[in-house]
Ligand binder design. Sequence first.
Ligand code: URP
Ligand code: ZN
Ligand code: ZN
Length: 478
Amino acid sequence: MSNLDLVIRGGEVVTASDRAHADVAVRNGKIVAVGIDLPRGKEEIDATGLLVMPGGIDSHVHLDQPSGDGAIMADGFETGTRSAIVGGNTTVIPFALQARGSSLRDAVAEYHAKADGQSYCDYGFHMILTDPTPSVLGQELPALVAKGYTSVKVFMTYDDMVLNDRELLEVFDAAGECGALVMVHCEGYDAIRYMTEKLEKADKIAPYYHAVSRPESVEREAAHRAISHAELTGVPIMIVHVSGREAMEQIRWARNRGLKIMGETCTQYISLTADDLKGLNMDDSGSKYVCSPPPRDPESWAAIWSGIQTGVFQTFSSDHCPFYFEGEYGKTSPKARTGFRWVPNGIPGVAVRMPLLWSEGVEKGRISANEFVALTSSNHARIYGLGNKGSIAPGYDADITLWDHKRKVTITQSLMEHGSDYTPWEGVEVTGWPAMTILRGRVVMRDGEVLETKAMGAFLPRELSSEARRMHGGPVAA
Ligand code: URP
Ligand code: ZN
Ligand code: ZN
């Protein structure tokens, strides 16, 4: 008997760079060999007809995150990560939010308490900085970065989170000093407020007007401003959840000038439109699609695809930000019915990110299977400092998705395993679906069935972003 715990046999291994028929051997949660005719393992999985890919890493999800207006998220770690593994993911990176007036350290400690023993997959934390005081930037941030919380998100909108330009510059500078990667939510606060008030005065309060209040120009202006601040401070940034051509072209422009700007886009920006927010005849059902930035139109989808194909976007995430549709805290609560301004922003999508990208991308010939792996896993690992994850090679964690690229599935709420009471993609047909999710050598999901306990996931302290360090001109090797 060999000393291998698991051998995955007969599949086609796909990484960000290679594609070959090979077997994969696992010992103690690590990949120890990729080869042909490997010895038998204690457990064998027949992957004939399946693709053997690195487990998905979704570096942009929100779980159990408090919001200023009191809305309660539909997912904590338990349901959110359950949904993640059903969708072929083995790692998620949600956000520990600093409330104004509170310490960043406390935010991280509180978030650990929420996650501990509750996660079906591995996880790290980004931090959200809302109160960049001198002690937060000078002491807490560097100390937390050194402990493995190596990225921060900042917002250019939302009453309870917005930073002004001076504060953004200070955060960029401080992050540059300690090597943290800054993720920026680019939408301009004043323009949104102006548009919202104008629409409200005209009694245009249905969910659809959420999209009207935040047109692409609002995102473009903020993206340009963030890029200018990054240039001034010489710090690399990641512009997250880019929704369409305008902001995408800003990133392309910046990169052509040699600036260190990375880009992320998300499932909703290749599959939903602002018209979805109209619901049935401008009714409340449009709120199911309210997220920020809002989805645009099929022309924007084409622009996003060109950004994906030409490397403007390194990561494809879900921005899973789950709320209920019904109920006291839902998108149709009495408060939310008083106008789009009060509809909780965000949609659930961690389970459909990989199937929708495969279906729209690989199946339709827009990207290769290798690019799919880079966009859903390897680039997230590299950019967010998860050195042991995101590939299939000896030494890597045995985080693997067995992908059934021929399976046709109609997306429906009952498959999602998330806490929300709906999915925005109800009834959408996809080709390509995860048959099995393997976390550190253990099968955690088979054919939609969750097989391990919620204590399986481990917290991952992360290294500094090798991509940010490369772009910043510093040493890349740890
Ligand atoms: O609408 C969204 N995406 N809300 C989530 C928070 C964010 O900005 O990522
Ligand atoms: Zn955001
Ligand atoms: Zn988000």
